[in-house]
Write a protein that binds this ligand. Structure first.
Ligand code: ADP
Ligand code: MG
Length: 249
């Protein structure tokens, strides 16, 4: 069997006496769309932050493409191909949509400074390709802060794409947008996984989205990972029904 793209081993994170991540181990194979679900406060966002080292674990290991990345600076993890979107927004609201992706792309470069970056149209073609891929090319010159919430999420995805991730982590992609837009966003995410051979790890609350878009669902409760299985099995899992689904239906 090939090496999973992501492997997490015995991750623990305490906030004071609170055990926010309790001995979590799991792996995600390349190309999979994996949902992480669980009640509010279950530890989902903390787990994602531990994976991209925005929060340091008290113990445990994170392996990305077989390499131990525990404790590696977050920007180095991004350069290795892991990106996280939403909740922590990375958009500069006073810059245009085009400029936001252009800056991300420039920062992604390995050089400290590129003199060509002084030209306004630097990287024009590739930036427009990213914008067009997520469906906001017509808004390239709009000030980002004035975009609709759904379009800001698309911009956030375009910024992530410009960093050429192989693993994209999304924290509640459908939160705060109308149902129709949420489905369109998820269609986009699914297309990414397929077209670009990308692995997706996403936190979500909306059960229709979870069951429609994920290959495997991982369930968290009180900091622990209590199950990882196919949508069909998760739907019928007694423990999961009681711990999460039952209380939300
Ligand atoms: P979820 O995303 O599943 O709603 P979180 O990972 O955000 O859960 O939070 C898990 C638990 O850890 C919650 O009880 C939350 O209050 C706590 N927590 C999260 N971040 C911090 C922090 N920076 N400081 C203290 N407690 C935190
Ligand atoms: Mg959360």
């Amino acid at each position: 069997m090939s090496e999973p793209i992501l492997r997490v081993e015995h991750l623990n994170r305490y906030f004071g006496a609170l055990h926010a991540t309790d001995d979590v181990s799991f792996e995600v194979p390349k190309g999979q769309i994996r949902a992480v679900i669980g009640p509010n406060g279950a530890g989902k966002s903390t787990l994602m932050d531990l994976i991209c080292n925005r929060t340091t674990p008290n113990s445990g290991k994170v392996y990305f493409k077989g390499e131990d990345i525990t404790g590696l600076a977050p920007y180095k993890i991004v350069r290795k191909g892991m990106c996280k979107c939403f909740q922590i927004t990375q958009i500069f609201s006073n810059l245009t949509v085009f400029e936001n992706v252009q800056i991300a792309r420039i920062n992604m470069g390995k050089k400290v400074f590129d003199f060509r970056a002084k030209k306004d149209n630097f990287l024009e073609q590739e930036v427009n390709e990213f914008l067009s891929y997520v469906g906001i090319q017509d808004k390239a010159n709009s000030i980002s802060g004035y975009l609709s919430y759904g379009d800001q999420r698309r911009l956030d995805i375009a910024i992530a794409l410009s960093m050429e991730p192989t693993l994209l982590i999304l924290d509640e992609p459908a939160a705060g947008v109308a149902r129709e837009e949420a489905y369109k966003l998820m269609d986009l995410v699914k297309k990414l996984a397929k077209d670009r051979d990308m692995t997706i790890l996403f936190i979500e609350h909306d059960m229709d989205i979870i069951f429609n878009y994920s290959d495997v669902i991982s369930v968290m409760s009180n900091g622990s990972l209590i199950a990882s299985d196919t949508p069909a099995n998760i739907k019928n899992n007694d423990f999961v029904q009681k711990a999460y689904l039952g209380s939300n239906k």
